[in-house]
Design a protein around this ligand. Sequence first.
Ligand SMILES: [Zn+2]
Length: 328
Amino acid sequence: MSDADHPWLDDARARLYAERAHDRLAHGLLLHGPAGIGKAGLAVSLADALLCERPQRQGAACGACRGCRLTAADGRPHPDYQALCPADDKKSISVDQVRQLAEFVHLKSQYAGYRVAVITPADAMTHAAANALLKTLEEPPAGAVLILVADRLSRLPATVLSRCRQVALRPPTATVAAKWLAGQGVEDPQLLLALVGGAPLRALDYRDLGLVDAWDGLLADLLQSAGAVRAAARFDKLPLELFLLSLQLMLRQILRLGAGGECEPLGKEREQGLRRLSEGVDWVQAHRFHDLLLQARQRQDHPLNPQLVREELLERWNRLMRPRRLKG
Ligand SMILES: [Zn+2]
C-alpha cells in the first residue's frame, strides 16, 4: 500500500512536496504524531520523491526515471538512500548505526541529487546515538535530507528537537478513519478505532491480530462473572498492551455511564453489555481500579508474566467492580 492511499496525510504531503519544489525543504525533518497513522509511509514517499529526477507536478515521484527505477530495484536500496531502524534483535538504534549513517550522509551523491536518510523510530535512538547525530543535523552537507519519524517527542532530546523542522501529523477524523477502514474490508471499525485512539493503520493491524473477538469475548466473560483465568486467556496471543487498552476502554464507558453520560459509539450490542456491566458498580472502587490499570500500563514494557498480570487485574476487577449485591 502506498502512502498516497492515506488521504488524511494529503495536506502535509503537499506542503512537503511544495517546499522541495521551491528548494525550501529543511535538511532535518521530524515527522511526529500518534502511532499507526502512516508517518513512516509518508517519510518513504518523501524520500522517493527526493530521489526522483523528474517529479510529477504535485511533487510525487514519477515512477519511471532513473532515480525511481533505482528506488524500485529489487533487493537493494537506491545508492543515495539509507533507512535506519533498530537491528533485528534490538529495541534501540545504537551509536554505531548512527555513525555509519553520518558517514553515508557525508559521501557525495552518486547521481548529483539528494542524499536521503530515514530514521524510524527516531525515539529508539540511545542517548549516545542521538548525540552522535547532532553534528550532522547541525551542519548537514549540501543535498542531504534526514527524515526522522517519532511517535513521542518527549522521548527525543531537546538538542535533536531544536535542530529539526517539526512536522506534526494528526490522525484522521472518526468518519474518515471509519470510511478508510471499510475500504480495507473492516466491517466493524468503531471498536477498533476507539481502542487505538483513532489511528487507522494500527486499527488494521489489531484487526488482523483478532482483537475484536478477544474484546467481545472478554466483555461476555465479565458479564457472566467468568473466572479470571479463562477470561485472561482470551488475550494470550495478543500483546499485553492490548489487554490493558481493552480493559481501559470498558472502564471508561462504565465511568461515563456512571456520570450520567453515554457510551462512545461501539455498536448497539456492546453498548447494552457495558450498560449492564455498569449497573450497581461502586464508583469509588471503579476509580481505584482505574488507578491500578494506570500502574499496570506504566509497567507494561517489563511484565514478568503477561498471563499473571492479566489474571491479577481480572481478579481485582471481579472484586472491585462487581455490584455488592452479587458478592458473597
Ligand atoms: Zn522519477
